[in-house]
Design a protein around this ligand. Structure first.
Ligand SMILES: N[C@@H](CCC(=O)N[C@@H](CS)C(=O)NCC(=O)O)C(=O)O
Length: 197
């Protein structure tokens, strides 16, 4: 394998999850930090859709974060992040990437969606938080007693939701989710991919 190149943006939740999977799988990768306002021409030549992350490896271009994660785990998945193909993993990620992400955007940028007050969008997003809280009643992580692809794919988005109004999140009843997020934020894995270049 030639050295992989990842076009990334440090604070992008999709790029974060791709970086975490690559790091966990031990894939040597050169990270190119991109300005979303001035994307490099070589990145756009590889991936005209213009979103990060983009992985270029062995003549192949992978331009979806979830696909990058799967590519990395197919190489090396020592702790069974894939949970032996448990379909709940992809179902949960789909719910995150579709409905929850939709509500998160409206909550985070509520001033752009004046049809409803911010609290409305937050309440819509909370349906997912409530579900995650329920999942954590059964195990320490979302779907198992160890980290899985679901935790890693979702956590950057739950982090964003929590950080829109940290005081509000800290005051909610989602105690298991708060602890889960805190563990994630303090993990060596997250620290490794958030280190400033
Ligand atoms: N479905 C894509 C979504 C990636 C995405 O939307 N990334 C954002 C940054 S967080 C982006 O690059 N947006 C383009 C822009 O802001 O110009 C994936 O999973 O990789």
């Amino acid at each position: 394998m030639s050295e992989a190149l990842l076009y990334s943006f440090r604070r992008c939740p999709y790029a974060m999850r791709a970086r975490m999977a690559l790091h966990y799988a031990g894939v040597p990768v050169q990270i190119v930090e991109v300005s979303l306002k001035a994307k490099p021409a070589d990145m756009l030549a590889l991936s005209p859709k213009g979103t990060v992350p983009v992985l270029s490896v062995d003549g192949r271009v992978i331009e979806e974060s979830l696909e990058i994660m799967h590519w990395a785990l197919a190489r090396h998945d020592p702790d069974d992040w894939l949970l032996k193909g448990d379909p709940r993993v992809l179902d949960l990620i789909a719910e995150n990437d579709q409905a929850f992400k939709h509500h998160l955007n409206r909550y985070k940028y509520a001033e752009r969606y004046p049809e409803q007050p911010m609290e409305h969008y937050r309440a819509e997003g909370e349906v997912f938080l409530h579900k995650l809280e329920g999942l954590l009643a059964g195990n320490e992580y979302l779907l198992a007693d160890h980290l899985s692809l679901a935790d890693v794919a979702l956590a950057p988005f739950v982090r964003q939701f929590a950080h829109v109004d940290r005081e509000w999140f800290a005051g909610t009843e989602y105690h298991r989710l708060q602890a889960w997020l805190q563990r994630f934020l303090e993990s060596p894995l997250f620290a490794a991919v958030m280190a400033k270049p």
